[in-house]
Write a protein that binds this ligand. Structure first.
Ligand code: SAM
Ligand code: SF4
Ligand code: F3S
Length: 444
């Protein structure tokens, strides 16, 4: 089989990263080899995200860049995948003739057929929601990802329809993969060297798979994964407050491997806004979950997502969000100004003044960033557990993460990779902790 280079550029969330790896597992059967050199590829994939801003325009801009890179060379097969592909579908082929293939997130099992058909110069568009066939197909293809920290999709899609969000339209209805297929894939990842697995889903804690009248939940997956001695850490993202059930909360006391860090998006601290956003939970519901988790393990830290300047947000609504951030000291969070997305209910609503949104975003980010800086400072001179993931490029330093997922840069040896080592933290900034390996003998 003739070897051909493939370059995959990934935007957006962790699920897109997982998908890019699975696309690669698939196309490698056709002889494609992943390259880091974006100027010398026979196939160029843009795996896109549609969550905010001018996502569509960004894709056309990227294609313009690729065109320039290949001006004097043979054009690569240009594939647009991901959520923009799903949302825009054949419109993109019409507008940009440089694109050869458009493929939505639920059609990745068909990418090899599309690449083969492309040899006959056919432009292709595949954006059917065919989730069951997709996962069924990929269940038979080994996951070759060999990262120390690996992603594993257990659930995809969303039925919640928050009024601002495109995900239900780009990823389709909620679907939970069969329990045993997820476990098979986790075993492959562990065999490939994974020491941390992050279970993924747009509503990961809504995972529900029924077999022989038993319902498997994410708590069952966590309890099962707990048994693999090589696996040191378990995480999951992104969860919804409404699906934070007691069986999952209990995992924080029964599983030593489940990291005490909960990313739980609230979006706003105002019940009025949550209602307008169709979030299906209140601030009180959120605080109850927070308190239950803190009661189970006071070490647990939280992060969240916030949308600022949602249509109708008053000064009082914003102050409610600000006060919530003062109350719950989130240690890192994502906050963005509301971005109207085509096809969503909120896209038809009147936007609030842009400068007001910007000023509000600044205020909450100041508070959120300050929490992050203070949390990192509090770890200085402490000896903490770090899972070392890799040696850094062009540096004699190693990269890892602490239990709260903060990046840690430390000295050490190749031998530390894939192990949990004790690191003495010397200094820190907003995002990163810096230190030295303290005592390898204590490595887990
Ligand atoms: N399923 C998760 C949940 O329920 O919170 C969120 C998944 S979404 C991929 C990630 C984040 O993007 C959301 O939590 C929200 O804060 C942000 N987001 C989604 N749509 C947005 C929009 N139209 N404007 C700004 N931020 C948005
Ligand atoms: Fe989007 Fe999450 Fe709401 Fe679903 S629950 S619509 S993914 S924000
Ligand atoms: Fe973006 Fe789609 Fe993920 S819109 S955030 S790539 S689910």
């Amino acid at each position: 089989m003739k070897k051909k280079n493939i370059f995959i550029k990934t935007f957006g969330c962790q699920m897109n990263e997982y998908d890019s790896n699975r696309i690669y597992d698939n196309v490698s059967k056709l002889g494609f080899i992943k390259t880091e050199d974006q100027e010398n590829a026979e196939c160029y994939i843009l795996n896109t995200c549609h969550i905010r801003d001018k996502a569509k325009e960004k894709v056309y801009h990227e294609i313009g860049r690729v065109k320039k890179l290949y001006r004097n060379k043979k054009k690569p097969i240009m594939v647009v995948a991901g959520c923009v592909a799903q949302a825009e579908n054949e419109e993109m082929l019409k507008r940009e003739p440089y694109i050869d293939i458009i493929i939505g997130p639920q059609a990745y099992h068909k990418i090899n057929d599309l690449l083969i058909e492309h040899e006959f110069n056919l432009k292709q568009e595949e954006t059917e929601f065919d989730t069951i066939s997709k996962f069924g197909y990929f269940d038979n293809i080994k996951n070759n990802n060999n990262k120390i920290s690996a992603f594993l999709t257990i659930q995809e899609g969303c039925d919640k329809f928050c009024s601002f969000c495109v995900v239900p339209y780009t990823r389709g209805p909620e679907y939970s993969r069969p329990f045993n297929k997820i476990i098979n894939e986790a075993e492959q990842l562990i065999e490939n060297g994974a020491r941390e697995i992050t279970l993924l889903g747009q509503n990961v804690n809504a995972y529900s798979y029924k077999q022989n009248s038993k319902e498997f939940r994410i708590s069952d997956l966590i309890n099962h994964l707990n048994k693999y001695s090589e696996l040191k850490r378990i995480r999951y993202t992104t969860s919804h407050p409404r699906d934070m059930t007691d069986d999952l909360i209990d995992c924080y006391s029964t599983s030593q491997k489940l990291m005490p860090f909960v990313h739980l998006p609230i979006q706003s601290g105002s019940n009025r806004m949550l209602e307008l956003m169709n979030r299906k939970h209140t601030v009180d519901d959120y605080i109850k979950v927070y308190e239950k988790l803190k009661n189970i393990n006071k070490e647990i830290e939280f992060s969240s997502d916030f949308i600022i300047g949602y249509p109708g947000e008053t000064k009082k609504d914003f102050e409610d969000t600000y006060n919530l951030i003062k109350k719950i000291k989130f240690i890192n969070s994502f906050s963005f100004i509301f971005s109207p997305r085509p096809g969503t209910i909120a896209s038809k609503l009147k936007m609030i003044d842009e400068n007001t949104s910007k000023a509000r975003l600044n205020l909450i980010q100041k508070e959120l960033f300050n929490n992050q800086i203070e949390k990192n400072k509090s770890m200085r001179n402490n000896i903490i557990d770090v899972l070392v993931e890799n040696k850094m490029k062009n540096q004699n330093k190693f990269f890892g993460r602490n239990k709260y997922i903060s990046p840690v840069i430390c000295d050490g040896t190749e031998n530390n990779i894939g192990k949990i080592v004790r690191v003495k933290i010397q200094t820190s900034n907003q995002n990163t902790l810096f230190g030295s390996v303290y005592n390898n003998m204590k490595a887990a």
